[in-house]
Design a protein around this ligand. Structure first.
Ligand SMILES: Cc1cc2nc3c(=O)[nH]c(=O)nc-3n(C[C@H](O)[C@H](O)[C@H](O)COP(=O)(O)OP(=O)(O)OC[C@H]3O[C@@H](n4cnc5c(N)ncnc54)[C@H](O)[C@@H]3O)c2cc1C
Ligand code: SF4
Length: 598
C-alpha cells in the first residue's frame, strides 16, 4: 500500500488543495449516512485532528518541513474580544454543540464501573485546551521519566530535556512575579502542613509587560503577533480577552498559519480509514446542530491530536468498525486522571464583602506546594463574575463507605451552608480553589461499550496500578485548613460525593510502548500497525505527572516532529515495528522564526 512515501524511506505527499478526481462516496468505502456523491476530496500531505497543544506543534513543525497541512478543529475560532466575558456567557463558555453552544469549556462525564468514572474538564476551539487553561507550565518530577511503561526504551529525561527547553521558549514560560491574597492563604496552609519550604510561584505562559500596554511581538523576532501586558484579572480560564495569555493562537498556530497550514474550525472528524491507493481518508462533519454536511480529506500522514478522550474515542470507534483493524488492543489502557481532585474553600458572601476579599486577583494559578513528595497543590481562581462553576461545589466528605449518605448528612447538619453554596454571587472573589495532583501510579482502562440505548460509548473500568483515587486525604486536609485560614467552609466537586472525581488533566489511553503488546504508539509516536498514523496529544502520555501536563505534551510533540524528515527527504527513523534507536533531529527546511530569535 502506498502511504505517501516516495521511496521505502522517503516521504512525499500530495499538494495541498482540492481534488475532484474521486468522489467522497467512492472514497468513504461504504460509509453511509448522507455522503454527497459530488463532495470533493481535499488533499493534503498531513491532516491534524485537533488544534490543542499536540496538534499545534504538529501543524507548525510539519509546515516548516515543507508539507501541506490541514488542521481540523471541532470548535470555533475566537478573536480575543469574542471570548466569554464570564462563565455565564454559556454559548461562548460551554461546549454543547447539539444545543448550539460552541464554547471553550468541555465537561464530559466519563462513565465508569467500580469507582473508575470521572468528570473531565477539557478545552475546545482553535487553540484547544490553551483557550481555557490556566497557563501553568511545570516540568514533571523524575519519576515520570522512569515510569515502567516506557523507561526501557530510552533515557527520556535526557532525551526530552532540549524539547522542554524549546517548548518553554515557544510558550513564553516565566515565573509569576507577584504575591496574591490566595497565595498568602495557601502558603499559610503549606506551613501548617509542614511544607512551607516547598511553596513557590508558578512558571506560567503569560506576557507580563506593562499592564494593558500593547507592544510588537516580544517572543519571535517579529514573526509573532503584537501582545499586551497582563492585567492580573484572574480570567485566564474563561479565555484571556486582553492578549496577554500565551495561548496557542498567539504562538504555534499563529506561526503555523503563516507557514501555510490551513486551520479549519467547526469541523469534527468522525472517521479515519485507509484509502484505496494509499494514504488515509479522513471524514468530518460540520460541528453544531442541524443538518451536518460531510467533508472528506485525504492525507499520507494523519496526526491524532484531539485530546486524550477525543483521540481515544476515534481510535476505539475505528477499531470496532474494522476501519483500522491492526490497532493495538492496548487502546484505552493507562488512562489517567493525573491522580487529581479539585477542592477549595469559600467565604460566605456577606462576610467576604465586609472583608473586601479579592481572591480572584492574579493569573489563574500563581503558586504551589508539595505536602508530600508525590502530592502537589495549587491555588486556582476565576476572574470577577465568572461564578458559574461555583455551582459544582458542594460539601466536602471523606471517602469510604456510604459516602453519598454521609454527604447528605453533612448538608443536613449545616443547612445554612446549602444556601451559601448555591448563592454563587461573587464566588470567584471569595473562593480559593485547590487543585490537587499526584505523581502516583493509578489508572483506569477505557473500553468502547454498547450502552442500553444501543449506541457505543466510552466506559472506564479499574486499570493497572492503584485504583484511581476517589478522594485524596492530603487534599482534603489542605481544603479544611484553607477554610480555617480564610474563615470559610471547605468544598469539593459535587460529583466527588458520589466517588466521581473531577479532573482537568486527563491523560493516556494511546500511550507510548516498546511494541504493540505494550502500547498503541512507538517511541516516535507512530501508531503500531498503521503506518502514516500518529498520536501527538495527551493520549500518548503514559504516566501521571503530578503537575499540569501541557508543557509535557508540547515537549513530546516537539521531539516527535523534530524526527520527521523534511518533505521528499529520506526518513531517518527505523521502519515502524523495528526497535527504537536514537536519531538526530531533522532541522526544518523553512523555519518560521528567524534564526537566533527564540
Ligand atoms: C479549566 C482547565 C484549566 C487547565 N489548566 C492547565 C494548566 O494551567 N496547565 C496545564 O498544563 N494544563 C492545563 N489544563 C489541561 C490542558 O488544557 C490539557 O492537558 C491540554 O490542552 C491537552 O492538550 P492536547 O494536545 O492533548 O489536546 P487539547 O488541547 O485538549 O486539544 C484537543 C482539541 O481537539 C479538538 N477535537 C476533539 N475531538 C475532535 C474531533 N473529533 N475532530 C476535530 N477536533 C476534535 C478539541 O475541540 C480540542 O480543541 C487545563 C484544562 C482545563 C480544562
Ligand atoms: S490574568 Fe487576565 S490579562 Fe492576565 S493572562 Fe489571565 S486573563 Fe489575561
Amino acid at each position: 500500500m502506498n502511504l505517501g512515501f516516495t521511496t521505502a524511506r522517503g516521504w512525499s505527499g500530495h499538494r495541498a488543495g482540492w481534488a475532484h478526481t474521486r468522489s467522497a462516496a467512492t472514497a468513504a468505502q461504504g460509509d453511509n449516512g448522507g455522503v454527497r456523491d459530488d463532495a470533493p476530496v481535499r488533499r493534503y500531505d498531513v491532516v491534524v485532528i485537533g488544534s490543542g497543544f499536540g496538534g499545534s506543534v504538529a501543524a507548525l513543525r510539519a509546515a516548516e518541513k515543507g508539507y501541506s497541512v490541514a488542521v481540523l478543529e471541532a470548535g470555533r475560532r475566537f478573536a480575543d474580544h469574542e471570548l466569554p466575558q464570564t462563565s455565564w456567557r454559556v454559548r461562548r463558555f460551554l461546549w454543547a454543540p447539539a444545543l448550539g453552544c460552541l464554547g471553550i469549556q468541555r465537561l464530559t462525564l466519563l462513565r465508569g464501573r467500580r469507582g473508575a468514572g470521572m468528570l473531565v474538564l477539557s478545552g475546545a476551539g482553535v487553540g484547544g485546551g490553551s483557550l481555557v487553561y490556566a497557563n501553568t507550565l511545570y516540568r514533571p518530577p523524575p519519576e515520570f521519566f522512569s515510569d515502567p511503561q516506557w523507561r526501557d526504551i530510552t533515557d527520556w529525561q535526557a532525551e526530552l530535556a532540549p524539547w522542554y527547553d524549546l517548548a518553554g521558549r515557544m510558550l513564553g514560560v516565566t515565573t509569576y512575579p507577584d504575591d496574591t491574597p490566595a497565595d498568602v492563604a495557601m502558603r499559610a496552609v503549606a506551613e501548617r502542613m509542614g511544607a512551607g519550604g516547598t511553596y513557590r510561584p508558578t512558571p506560567v505562559g503569560v506576557y507580563f509587560g506593562e499592564p494593558g500596554r500593547t507592544v510588537p511581538d516580544p517572543y519571535f523576532g517579529g514573526a509573532g503577533p503584537d501582545r499586551a501586558g497582563c492585567l492580573h484579572c484572574g480570567a485566564c480560564m474563561t479565555g484571556c480577552r486582553h492578549n496577554a495569555k500565551n495561548s496557542l493562537p498567539k504562538n504555534y498556530l499563529w506561526l503555523a498559519e503563516r507557514a501555510g497550514a490551513a486551520v479549519v474550525p467547526r469541523t469534527t472528524v468522525t472517521a479515519v480509514r485507509p484509502a484505496a491507493g494509499g494514504g488515509y481518508q479522513v471524514t468530518a462533519v460540520a460541528t453544531g446542530p442541524g443538518p451536518r454536511r460531510r467533508r472528506v480529506y485525504h492525507a499520507g500522514q494523519v496526526v491524532f491530536a484531539a485530546g486524550a478522550l477525543g483521540t481515544q474515542r476515534l481510535l476505539h470507534a475505528m477499531r470496532a468498525r474494522g476501519d483500522l483493524p491492526r490497532l493495538s488492543d492496548r487502546i484505552g489502557h493507562l488512562t489517567r486522571s493525573n491522580s487529581e481532585a479539585i477542592l477549595g474553600a469559600s467565604v460566605p458572601a456577606r462576610a467576604a464583602k465586609r472583608r473586601g476579599l479579592a481572591f480572584h486577583q492574579g493569573v489563574a494559578i500563581t503558586g504551589s506546594f508539595h505536602p508530600d513528595a508525590r502530592t502537589h497543590i495549587e491555588p486556582v481562581r476565576y476572574g470577577e463574575g465568572a461564578n458559574a462553576l461555583g455551582l459544582l461545589q458542594s460539601a466536602l466528605v471523606a471517602g469510604g463507605p456510604a459516602r453519598p449518605l454521609r454527604w447528605l448528612g453533612a448538608l443536613l447538619r449545616a443547612p445554612h451552608l446549602i444556601v451559601h453554596r448555591t448563592w454563587v454571587r461573587r464566588w470567584s472573589q471569595r473562593t480559593v480553589i485547590a487543585l490537587v495532583m499526584q505523581s502516583l501510579d493509578n489508572s483506569v482502562t477505557v473500553r468502547w461499550r454498547r450502552a442500553w440505548y444501543g449506541r457505543r460509548r466510552l466506559l472506564a473500568e479499574p486499570g493497572t496500578g492503584e485504583p484511581n483515587p476517589t478522594w485524596i486525604p492530603a487534599g482534603h486536609r489542605a481544603a479544611r485548613l484553607l477554610a480555617e485560614q480564610i474563615g470559610g467552609y471547605p468544598g469539593g466537586a459535587i460529583t466527588e460525593a458520589f466517588n466521581v472525581p473531577l479532573t482537568a488533566h486527563i491523560l493516556g489511553g494511546a500511550v507510548i510502548g516498546a511494541d504493540p503488546s505494550r502500547g498503541v504508539v512507538d517511541a516516535y509516536h507512530r501508531v503500531f500497525g498503521h503506518p502514516g498514523l500518529h498520536v501527538l496529544d495527551g493520549a500518548a502520555v503514559c504516566a501521571n505527572l503530578g503537575v499540569n501536563p501541557a508543557l509535557t505534551i508540547t515537549a513530546l510533540a516537539e521531539r516527535a516532529m523534530a524526527l520527521w524528515p523534511c518533505r521528499g527527504e529520506p526518513d531517518p527513523r527505523p521502519p515502524l515495528g523495528e526497535p527504537y534507536r536514537r536519531v538526530e533531529p531533522v532541522p526544518p527546511a523553512h523555519p518560521a522564526v528567524p534564526a537566533g530569535a527564540l
